[in-house]
Design a protein around this ligand. Structure first.
Ligand code: PEP
Ligand code: MG
Length: 657
């Protein structure tokens, strides 16, 4: 029995819808298959379903045989035809590359002033730490390649099934934890699906029955399934190959009795040293016990950097092969602000670090009183100290430190985390939740700022020699009204729920603002005609190109506010790539050229009577805040960790008067 239909699931049967589809199929006792282009796969295997790469609007056939075949077909066809069924339900899931501050690359070699061996890496998460070294260099697992005797096969199958059950049970325990972030939960859930999938387990059992030992069979089967994922023309599915390897590794470790090789045993305050740390290890790691992180791989925007920053763990990444020097270290001191790692520090260095750690703890405790402070300038004007965030998950951390709204909501995460473009509904839900959380304070949502350096599924980027000077931010959005209008419509809908403001990135000419305004009006008219509740919002621009600075007086007449993006403004004014460590010295916001661009912008904004704010990293620097306030800035937006210190700085300025 079979029935064909056109798939209406948004963006097709990617991971989440595939999992739901399989769950539904498994509820029936009939054998169920999904057929596309003549290829049939079991509807009870999410790996096989994903590999079928079913896209939205493609024709498929559901085939079932068994006692409840009619019901199965009905339910599964119903799922495929219901366009809402595939809508992403992860609105608000957070943590992201996009949420990270600008990658601040640092030189890769440093000489130590006092002769102590000092390694230089990327300063990926601020703070200092000193503690026992915890080296985490899991060895590559190799199969013994043993041939089984015929009477060993059943026992080996049992051993394998036991290992799978134990890995699944451990993943279930991880998923049951309350403190798991939505992002990490998604990662672990995807791994558990793979561990439970008979594409992998079936292949392993086949190899064991042919006489392979279980470990060798798992390695071979995982490599084969991973190769299938690597071969699909879809970079989201390509990334699932790593997941398959990760699951295979976990099963092998249990088989080898080595499953205790994990971060769970890390001592309190230890410095975790690794070449790289996988998502699975991270999701299980007792982050509260980790004093600091040092890795050979990674940079300021890698997964580990983002997690370290959001948990306040100092981190130095990107050490390369130099990390091997730490394998046998017994104590390590790290400076996450400077990117320094000191191996087995001497007495004086230990004392120095202990002092700095203590001072940092005292500063944190002392700053708490600034949570509820509303900083004002000497003339009584309120200075908004707001948060830069990129996901709903970060709301709590921002509120905890007393953020006066959001000065930069980076929307890239919503687009980068998924293998498909986020729907209007999903975006509207996310922006509405944000607006509600901070009302009556404002929430400034930045429209999609993405380019060829960070491609995302669903947008074809050209190969560019200089992606930072290419088709990014507002340039791409205006060329893709299908994507841009979806975001603008979502923002208009969310504006009903709070104080939403919208800001455009990478502006270099006035026409970009006027064209956007026309699109906003078009969207508002459409929503009105459709009877969908919506409200207007203030439209502002980021000032982050030299062109925007030079036309600031004219631009100020067109928009409701400016927000200075010092990360990009510095790289464009100084013509120094913000990711290139060899020109890191030039990439300095305090260079007179950059400070003068900031001043010109502030003067133009103040003269036109619009709000001038700043959302680049410099906004959180206590040494620069007084200068920015004197220039006329009335809003500073920064990572939540800097908010209380910034409020203190502004309060001290007012007290001096
Ligand atoms: C900036 O350029 O200063 C900014 C805030 O934007 P991003 O770092 O996301 O480019
Ligand atoms: Mg920028």
């Amino acid at each position: 029995m079979e029935r064909s239909t056109i798939v209406r699931v948004h963006e097709g049967l990617h991971a989440r819808p595939a999992t739901r589809f399989v769950k539904l199929a498994k509820g029936f006792e009939s054998d169920v298959e999904l057929v596309k282009d003549g290829k049939a796969v079991s509807a009870k295997s999410s790996v096989k379903l994903m590999l079928l790469a079913v896209k939205e609007n493609q024709e498929v056939t559901v085939r079932a045989s068994g006692a409840d075949a009619i019901e199965a077909i009905e339910a599964l066809i119903g799922y495929l035809e219901n366009p809402r069924a595939g809508l992403d339900d992860e609105a608000g899931e957070g943590g992201s590359e996009a949420a990270a501050p600008a990658p601040q690359a640092t030189p890769t070699a440093a000489a130590s002033a006092d002769g102590t061996p000092k390694l230089q890496g990327v300063a990926a998460s601020e703070g200092v730490a000193i503690g026992p070294a915890f080296a985490h260099f899991p060895a590559e697992i190799e199969g013994p390649g043993r041939r089984l005797l015929a009477d060993e096969i059943d026992g080996e199958l049992e051993r394998f099934r036991g290992a799978v059950a134990s890995v699944q049970a451990r993943m279930d325990r991880t998923l049951a934890k309350d403190n798991l972030s939505a992002g990490d939960r998604g990662i672990v859930a995807a791994l558990r699906d793979i561990a439970a999938d008979d594409s992998l387990t079936g292949e392993v059992e086949k190899l064991i029955k042919e006489g392979d030992d279980a470990v060798s069979a798992v390695i071979a089967a995982a490599a084969a399934v991973a190769a299938d994922f690597s071969a699909v023309d879809d970079h989201y599915l390509n990334a699932r190959a790593d997941d398959v390897h990760a699951v295979g590794r976990q099963i092998c470790l249990v088989l080898l009795g080595q499953d205790e090789v994990s971060l769970e045993t890390i001592p309190q305050g230890a410095i975790l040293i690794a070449d790289d740390i996988g998502a699975w290890d991270l999701a299980r790691a007792p982050l509260k016990r980790i004093g600091g992180v040092v890795c050979g791989h990674g940079g300021a925007t890698s997964h580990i950097a983002i997690i370290a920053r959001s948990h306040g763990i100092p981190a130095v990444l990107g050490l390369g092969d130099k990390v091997n020097a730490l394998r046998t270290a017994s104590q390590v001191a790290i400076d996450g602000n400077a990117g320094h790692v000191i191996v087995d520090p001497d007495e004086a260095t230990r004392a120095d670090f202990s002092r700095r750690v203590e001072a940092a703890a005292q500063e944190r405790a002392g700053l708490k009183i600034f949570k509820g402070v509303t900083p004002i300038r000497a003339d009584g004007t309120v200075i908004e100290v707001a948060a830069n965030i990129g996901s709903l998950e970060e709301i709590e951390a921002a509120q905890e430190v007393g953020a006066m709204g959001v000065g930069l909501f980076r929307t890239e995460l919503l687009f980068m985390r998924h293998m498909h473009l986020p729907s209007e509904d999903m975006q509207a839900e996310t922006y509405s939740a944000l607006a509600k959380a901070f009302a009556p304070h404002s929430v400034i949502v930045r429209t999609l700022d993405i380019g060829g350096d960070k491609p995302i599924a669903g947008i074809e980027f050209p190969d560019e020699e200089n992606p930072f000077l290419g088709w990014r931010g507002i340039r791409m959005c205006l060329d893709r009204p299908d994507i841009f209008k979806r975001q603008l419509r979502a923002l208009l809908r969310a504006a009903v729920h709070g104080n939403i403001k919208v800001m455009l990135p990478m502006i270099s000419e006035i026409a970009e603002v006027t064209r956007t305004r026309a699109l906003v009006e078009e969207c508002a008219a459409e929503l009105k005609a459709e009877g969908v509740p919506h409200a207007g919002f203030d439209l502002g621009v980021m000032i982050e190109t030299p062109a925007a600075v030079l036309i600031a007086p004219a631009l100020a007449k067109e928009v409701a506010f400016f927000s200075i993006g010092t990360n990009d403004l510095t790289q464009y004014i100084m013509a120094a790539d913000r990711l290139n460590p060899t020109v890191a010295k030039l990439n300095d916001v305090t260079n007179p050229a950059v400070m003068s661009a900031i001043e010109l912008t502030a003067r133009a904004g103040v003269a036109a009577g619009i709000m001038v704010g700043m959302c680049g990293e410099a906004a959180g620097r206590p040494d620069l805040i007084p200068t920015f306030i004197k220039m006329g800035l009335t809003e500073l937006s920064m990572s939540p960790a800097s908010i209380q210190r910034a409020k203190k700085t502004i309060a001290a300025m007012a007290a001096e008067k």
